[in-house]
Design a protein around this ligand. Structure first.
Ligand code: RB5
Length: 146
């Protein structure tokens, strides 16, 4: 799978660990920054979000201090469903039920071990479709309406 990954200065170390895991599992990872220096999270969220919407079937991972700023910013992009995850159930079910295409994590709220397990769940879990597809379509309608 193609995975676009990005972080701000708070998430740099966690991003390196997530990237290493994904590459070891044979995924193609494109690093959209940052480079460890101070960078505003919306700048990186925009880059990763744009890449994910224009590359069908790809996914994104965004890491900042809390994961909140990244998720707020990424969800401004039409077609992005960015889920802030801090537990295993959420990482699994945001794929099964929401067809989330970006997962956001907080480097100051999560240990790296948990972040790696959430990453595996997010990447390996398929969308369930069915009644959940109807709900995702309702989100798409909202994107058109507002
Ligand atoms: C950076 O200090 C911090 O505000 C950022 O990483 C993030 O937590 C924002 O949501």
């Amino acid at each position: 799978m193609k995975i676009y990954i990005g972080c701000d200065h708070a998430g740099y170390e966690m991003k390196a660990a997530v990237k290493e895991l994904l590459e070891s599992k044979g995924h193609t990872v494109e690093d959209m920054g940052g480079d460890g220096g101070r960078v505003d999270y919306p700048v990186i969220a925009k880059k990763v979000g744009k890449a994910v919407v224009s590359d069908e079937g790809s996914r994104g991972i965004l890491i900042c201090g809390t994961g909140i700023g990244m998720s707020l910013a990424a969800n401004k992009i039409k077609g992005i469903r960015a889920a802030l995850c801090a537990d295993h159930f959420s990482a699994k079910y945001t794929r099964l039920h929401n067809d989330a295409n970006i997962m956001c994590m907080g480097a100051r709220t999560l240990g790296i071990g948990v972040a790696l397990e959430l990453t595996e769940l997010f990447v390996d879990t398929p969308f369930e479709g069915g009644r959940h597809a109807t709900r995702v379509d309702l989100i798409r309608e909202m994107e058109e309406e507002f």
